[in-house]
Design a protein around this ligand. Structure first.
Ligand code: NAD
Ligand code: TYD
Length: 352
């Protein structure tokens, strides 16, 4: 079996669901259920005994030791993190606690467990650390996309905490020989993404007739990847990645934010027309995010050439599926958009 951390969040839940669609290998899913974790993301697995959910914190070392000894996983896939840049600007301490201290505690538990394994179990054990392209910093318009050899230049409290965790993972391989794999992926989108991130935020606010807050001039560029393609990339790295190496995962799909927002508005105009006119009327330019990275882009040639992975969705197919999923999943949206979410929107965007 495998142990997944953070499997009630956006990417983790997609990963667990896809994993059990394609394999009978059981999953232990450890998640603290912060505001970003939601058991409704896993509702389809309620009666599935291949999925064991444990509510708990990756900083809780005795719990980690107990889970590892009891379930004896062949791999750990580490998704759990505080993941939202704007929240890291408002309150960085949770990011240091979970992303740095939590990863440290998981690495130490994994090391103790792995050192007690023997033979094939020890040889084949893997610790896969799920990270982000944001650790590489910001690109100028003419710079080549991030390769795995790019120096780390994190700029936000979020990316700095993820960079720190990547460095710990690297050191646990170099010093102790722990068989780690690190992936650095670009911006994901798709079903079950909490509506604080750009794409689901814009879809849910447009449906509610609320202003669509575009930071700065709207020309910051991100490289978007459909979440199912990220999950397939992680499976490829787990199966064939070389311990100690890192793999960038991206969709070759750079787009400025304003183009993303216009695409969402056009899809909503088609699928759920508003009697007040195009949803694009709601676009509102607001103050820029402090330290806002201008451009991210991933050079995904290593994972493509060495592991044969390629994205299957284009942005056009992926964003259409995503908008349709949010339209069909209004109950899910209503349930995650709690009082705490409203408070976040008020503190981030003011009263609209
Ligand atoms: P998310 O915020 O949607 O989910 C994070 C999950 O981790 C939640 O279920 C939360 O409850 C859980 N969690 C948080 N702190 C925890 C703790 N201390 N102990 C146990 N569980 C805890 O995040 P996501 O978007 O699914 O991202 C998952 C991982 O992928 C993160 O490591 C993130 O850095 C990385 N990543 C995300 C993106 C993206 O675009 N979302 C891109 C590249 C990499
Ligand atoms: P986000 O989804 O927060 O991902 P990240 O900052 O990790 O890349 O934001 C994606 C881009 O969208 C980023 O350039 C910031 C911008 N953005 C807005 O313009 N308005 C918003 O309300 C949000 C949340 C993001």
């Amino acid at each position: 079996m495998i142990l997944v951390t953070g499997g009630a969040g956006f990417i983790g839940a997609n990963f667990v669901r896809d994993w059990l669609d394609g394999s009978d290998e059981p999953v232990i899913n450890l998640d603290a259920l912060t505001y970003a974790g939601n058991l409704e993301n896993l509702a389809a697995l309620k009666a599935d005994d291949r999925h064991v959910f444990v509510q708990g914190n990756i900083c809780d070392r005795p719990l980690l030791d107990e889970l590892l000894v009891r379930h004896r996983p062949r791999a750990i896939l580490h998704f759990a993190a505080e993941s939202h840049v704007d929240r890291s600007i408002q309150g960085p301490s949770a990011f240091v606690r979970t992303n740095v201290e939590g990863t440290f505690s998981l690495l130490e538990a994994a090391r103790a467990y792995w050192q007690g394994l023997e033979g094939d179990a020890r040889r084949s054990f893997r610790f896969l650390h799920v990270s982000t392209d944001e650790v590489y910093g910001s690109l100028g318009p003419q710079d080549p996309p991030f390769a795995e050899t790019k120096a780390y230049e994190p700029n936000s409290p979020y990316s700095a905490s993820k960079a720190a965790s990547d460095h710990l993972v690297r050191a646990w391989h170099h010093t102790y020989g722990l068989p780690v794999l690190t992936t650095n992926c670009s911006n994901n989108y798709g079903p079950f993404q909490f509506p604080e991130k750009l794409i689901p935020l814009m879809i849910t606010r447009a449906l509610a007739g609320e202003p669509l807050p575009v930071y700065g001039d709207g020309m910051n560029v991100r490289d978007w990847l459909y979440v199912g393609d990220h999950c397939a990339g992680l499976r490829a790295v787990l199966a064939g990645g070389v311990p100690g190496e890192t793999y960038n995962i991206g969709g070759w799909n750079e787009k400025p934010n304003i183009e993303i927002v216009h695409t969402i508005c056009a899809l909503l105009d088609e699928l759920r027309p508003s009697s007040d006119g195009s949803h694009a009327r709601l676009i509102t330019y607001v103050s820029d995010r402090p330290g806002h990275d201008r451009r991210y882009a991933i050079d995904a040639r290593k994972i493509e050439h060495r592991l044969g992975w390629r994205p299957t969705e284009t942005f056009e197919t992926g964003i259409r599926k995503t908008v349709a999923w949010y339209l069909d999943s209004q109950d899910w949206v209503k349930n995650v958009v709690s009082g705490a979410y409203r408070q976040w929107c008020t503190s981030q965007y003011g009263n609209d």
